[in-house]
Design a protein around this ligand. Structure first.
Ligand code: PGA
Length: 246
């Protein structure tokens, strides 16, 4: 079975590194920590004392801009992220779609730039509650449409997508609400996305130590994107352990 990926999305929080010291993720799990931009370099330089020097902890950013440099106040380029030690980047998170009005067109440019620079991109897709209420077919159509728009012409470049694109299926109504999706529904969506793209698919939306196994037990679900529960090192380590044994 391929390695599960467990991603900590710290959002606009910095829980501190103390409880992470001595953390050695199991070899069969790839752990990615995505702190706010200003902490990337700091964590990179301290990562050897967070975990074992040869551990599989990777750094990820929570967003990226599509240009390499120039007059784009407040933005950060893929190259800058790489220089800060990031090898992953989250793109199109629903909170950015909501609060920053990020459009599929912008997300498409970000994905292209991130993959083009050699970063692994975690593309977030998922439906709002109103769509979920219409049933499975509506959810599938919504996600299919998001993937088509967010990936655009990349759709046909399967060699790049297979190796560096990861899709996080995150129903919007399950994010930060404590209401996870039904594991069987998340499985259906993971299979649906894999039929379109053959990429790895993570599940995200109120994943915690208690419920993680019900998602990670499926081979089609390649890991988890964890928000709230990633701020508590103990809880997050529990999810990593469950992934290792799944
Ligand atoms: P949550 O967040 O685990 O707090 O629901 C997940 C995410 O936003 O990626």
């Amino acid at each position: 079975m391929s390695k599960k990926i467990v991603v900590a999305n710290w959002k606009m929080n910095f829980p501190g590194l103390g409880p992470w010291r001595g953390f050695r993720p199991p070899k069969n799990v790839e752990v990615v920590i995505c702190p706010p931009f200003p902490y990337l370099s700091d964590i990179r330089h301290r990562i050897s004392d967070i975990g074992h020097p040869k551990s599989d902890i990777r750094l990820g950013a929570q967003d990226v801009f599509w240009e390499r440099s120039g007059p784009y106040t407040g933005e950060v380029s893929p190259e800058m992220l790489k220089n800060s030690g990031a090898s992953y980047v989250i793109v199109g998170h629903s909170e950015r779609r909501r609060w920053l009005h990020e459009t599929d067109k912008m997300i498409n440019k970000k994905i292209k730039a991130a993959l083009g620079a050699g970063l692994k991109a975690i593309l977030c897709v998922g439906e709002p509650l109103a769509v979920r209420r219409k049933g499975v077919k509506a959810v599938e159509n919504f996600v299919k449409d998001q993937l088509a728009k967010d990936l655009g012409s990349l759709h046909s470049k399967s060699h790049i997508l297979n190796s560096r694109l990861i899709v996080a299926y995150e129903p919007v109504w399950a994010i930060g609400t404590g209401r996870s999706d039904k594991p069987s529904d998340a499985l259906l969506m993971a299979k649906f996305i894999k039929n379109i793209l053959h990429s790895k698919v993570l599940y995200g939306g109120s994943v915690n130590g208690k419920g993680a196994r019900s998602f990670l037990q499926y081979k089609e679900i390649d890991g988890a994107l964890v928000g709230g529960a990633s701020l508590k090192a103990g809880e997050f380590k529990k999810i990593v352990k469950i992934s290792s044994n799944a």
